[in-house]
Every structure is written in structure tokens, then in C-alpha cells.
Design a protein around this ligand. Structure first.
Ligand code: G6P
Length: 368
């Protein structure tokens, strides 16, 4: 069927605003909202007896997997080996049939991801696919398919598929934790309750931050380089922010673990390169703020993406502070994705690039 832009200027914008709806759809597949429990279908892969988990993907899907690694390790005490598919397939890493493997792909057709899947299959691992296209090759060749239910994504820069991948990975990690007995029933219902609240919070945030994102993007569109920093699950998000910006605005951007600042990127700090700091008020907050201090001390301009508690706790001068509502750690990556997507989107619109079809990029990469 035909997908149109509705009253949006670009598919990307439409897909950003669709997120509350599609995430709710995705979650309803993995979560029982009546009892606030994770549904049993997440254990289509036997996480309970798995000795470890291997994850492989490309691009934005890889960065979703990287967030997933934090969740599987923290909640399910399952160690995760993750790599971009183009490296994973050739690394000759030791694998055992007692491990499970997850392949994340919007299209389900990415050549390197498919090759990684086949490599794991040859080594006897049980294969799970986190895909948007259920009829795809990656889905067909897997033992279990975990659809992300995002609906067709037309914009080359992935937005709703990313947050739906995150929602599904969070559900899988909690399902694994439940099966492995590493979270209590109380913790499970508490975390699921937070997941269930997410679509409503996303709608509120999208409306709340829209005007500020447009104003800030005007500033960003004048820059040559942008640095994104984050810790914990905000580290993959920093990389996703940088990826989004470079893909569609062609501004050079890098995402770094905040703690690595002093091992290199600090040399680049001056008044010309904005530093976007992603820091919810979590257990890493103080550490990230001290990195921010190092940026401020060198005349760097900071765009601080935080929550109400974080905004109240930091007194550092910033170029702009984006204040999101306080949310539980399990949903923070999805909520903090929204300002990152909108910043990239509006910056590209200001620069007049072809937002939905950026130069040199393809939606689906079926060659190596
Ligand atoms: C291309 C797309 C990205 C996507 C990546 C992986 O580079 O432009 O948006 O993240 O491929 O695609 P997949 O379909 O496997 O998620």
C-alpha cells in the first residue's frame, strides 16, 4: 500500500511523531499491560540456559544493540558480545552452541548482518531476529522472530525503527531477567509499568521540546563539527545522535563516551564546536557533569540534554539546556532519543538537504 507524509514536510518528521503510537503497538506484543508482566513469547529464545548472548547489526540497529547490551548485562546478568556485522562476520570469535544470538535489522536484508547470522547458525547458536520486516531474509533464517512493529519506515535516517528496536530489546532483556531469576516479580512489574507509560511521555516530550529544537538547530546548522557525549546507555545514544546529524545535515559529528573526553576529543574543544551532553539524572550524572566542567573550562559551548532533576543539580553555564521529564532509567534511552532526532531533523531542514534521501546513503544495504 501507499505510505504518504500526511501533513508533515518529510517522512522523517512523520516517523518521529509516529513514535508514541508505534512503540505502544510494539510493547503490546511483548508486555501484558493488564498484569504489568513480560509476555512469555520473549522466551522463544531460551535466555534462561544461554551461557551468553552475541549481538550483531549495522548502523543505527547496531547502536540499539549496544543499548541492549547494557540491559541484558545489568538486568539479566547475561554477558553480551556485540560488534558491527562487517567485523563480527570475519572476527573468527570463539562461539558455542550454548550461546544465543540476536540480529537486529530494520529491513531484515542487510548483507553483513545476514552473513553474521549464518556464521552463528553454522556454529550451532540459537538465532533470534529483531526486525521490522517480518517476511525478510533475516527473519526467515532465524529460529525466533521478534517484530518491532514500527510500520514502514521511509526516511533513510532511522528514527521510529530505532526506538521500537529499543522497546523490544528492553522487553527481551526483562524477559531474560525474569527467566533467569535475576529480577524479582516486584521489579518486573515496576519496570513494565514504566515501559507502559512511555508512549504517553513521548507524546508530551515531542510537543514540549519542538520549538526549542527548531531554535537550537538554527545554531547547529552554522557549525562544522559537533561532539556528543554520554555515559552508560547514553553513550550509544551519543553515537546515534552524531550518526543522525552527519547522515542528514552532512555536519561532521562524533559520539564519544564522556569518560574518554580527556583521551582525545578534549583537544578539539573551542568556542566553534558545540558539545551535546546527554545526561539524565542517573547514577552516572555526577561523572558526566565533571566531564562537562572540563568542556566549559576550555571555552566549549554546551548543549545539555537532561531531565528536571539534572537541570536542578547542575549550575554550569550552557548554550542551551533541554529539560525532559524525570523518567525511570529503563525508558530514558527512548525518551532522550527524541531531542536527538529533532535536532538532526531541523538542522538538516535549515541546511536545505534532502532529508529523506540523503546523498550517498541507502535505506537498505544488500551488498557487502
Ligand atoms: C543503512 C541505513 C541505516 C540502517 C542500516 C542498517 O545504513 O541507512 O538507517 O541503520 O543500514 O539497516 P538495517 O535494515 O539492517 O537496520
Amino acid at each position: 500500500y501507499v505510505v504518504d507524509k500526511g501533513n508533515h514536510r518529510h517522512f522523517m518528521e512523520k516517523e518521529i511523531y509516529e513514535q508514541p503510537e508505534v512503540i505502544s503497538h510494539a510493547l503490546s506484543h511483548y508486555v501484558d499491560f493488564a498484569s504489568n508482566r513480560i509476555s512469555d513469547n520473549v522466551n522463544a529464545i531460551d535466555f534462561k540456559t544461554a551461557s551468553g548472548l552475541a549481538i550483531s547489526a549495522c548502523g543505527t540497529a547496531y547502536l540499539a544493540g549496544l543499548v541492549g547490551k547494557y540491559w541484558f548485562e545489568r538486568y539479566a546478568r547475561l554477558s553480551v558480545e556485540i560488534d558491527v556485522a562487517s567485523e563480527f562476520r570475519y572476527r573468527e570469535m570463539p562461539l558455542s552452541p550454548s550461546q544465543a544470538a540476536l540480529f537486529i535489522s530494520q529491513s531484515g536484508e542487510t548483507a553483513d548482518t545476514l552473513a553474521s547470522l549464518r556464521y552463528c547458525k553454522d556454529h550451532g547458536l540459537k538465532i533470534g531476529a529483531v526486525v521490522n520486516v517480518k517476511e525478510s531474509t533475516i527473519a526467515r533464517e532465524s529460529d525466533a522472530v521478534f517484530p518491532i512493529m514500527a510500520g514502514p519506515e521511509i526516511g533513510v535516517a532511522s528514527t521510529k525503527a530505532f526506538t521500537c528496536q529499543l522497546a523490544v530489546l528492553a522487553s527481551l532483556a526483562l524477559g531474560a531477567a525474569k527467566a533467569r531469576g535475576t529480577i524479582s516479580a516486584e521489579q518486573e512489574t515496576e519496570l513494565v509499568r514504566h515501559l507502559a507509560e512511555m508512549p504517553r511521555i513521548m507524546s508530551r516530550v515531542l510537543n514540549l521540546i519542538q520549538p526549542q529544537m527548531e531554535t537550537l538547530s538554527r545554531e547547529l546548522s552554522k557549525c562544522r563539527d559537533v561532539l556528543y557525549l554520554g555515559r552508560g546507555t547514553s553513550f550509544p545514544l551519543a553515537m546515534e545522535g552524531a550518526l543522525k546529524l552527519k547522515e542528514i545535515s552532512y555536519i561532521h559529528a562524533e559520539g564519544y563516551a564522556a569518560g574518554e573526553l580527556k583521551h582525545g576529543p578534549i583537544a578539539l574543544i573551542d568556542e566553534n564546536m558545540p558539545v551535546i551532553v546527554i545526561a539524565p539524572f542517573d547514577r552516572f550524572f555526577d561523572k558526566t557533569v565533571s566531564n562537562m566542567q572540563e568542556v566549559a573550562a576550555r571555552g566549549g559551548r554546551i548543549i545539555f540534554i537532561t531531565d528536571e532533576a539534572g537541570a536542578a543539580a547542575s549550575k554550569l553555564p550552557t548554550m542551551a539546556t533541554i529539560v525532559l521529564p524525570n523518567v525511570n532509567e529503563i525508558i530514558a534511552p527512548m525518551i532522550f532519543s527524541l531531542p536527538i532526532q529533532l535536532l538532526a531533523y531541523h538542522t538538516a531542514v535549515f541546511m536545505g538537504t534532502d532529508v529523506d534521501q540523503p546523498r550517498n546513503l541507502a535505506k537498505s544495504v544488500t551488498v557487502e
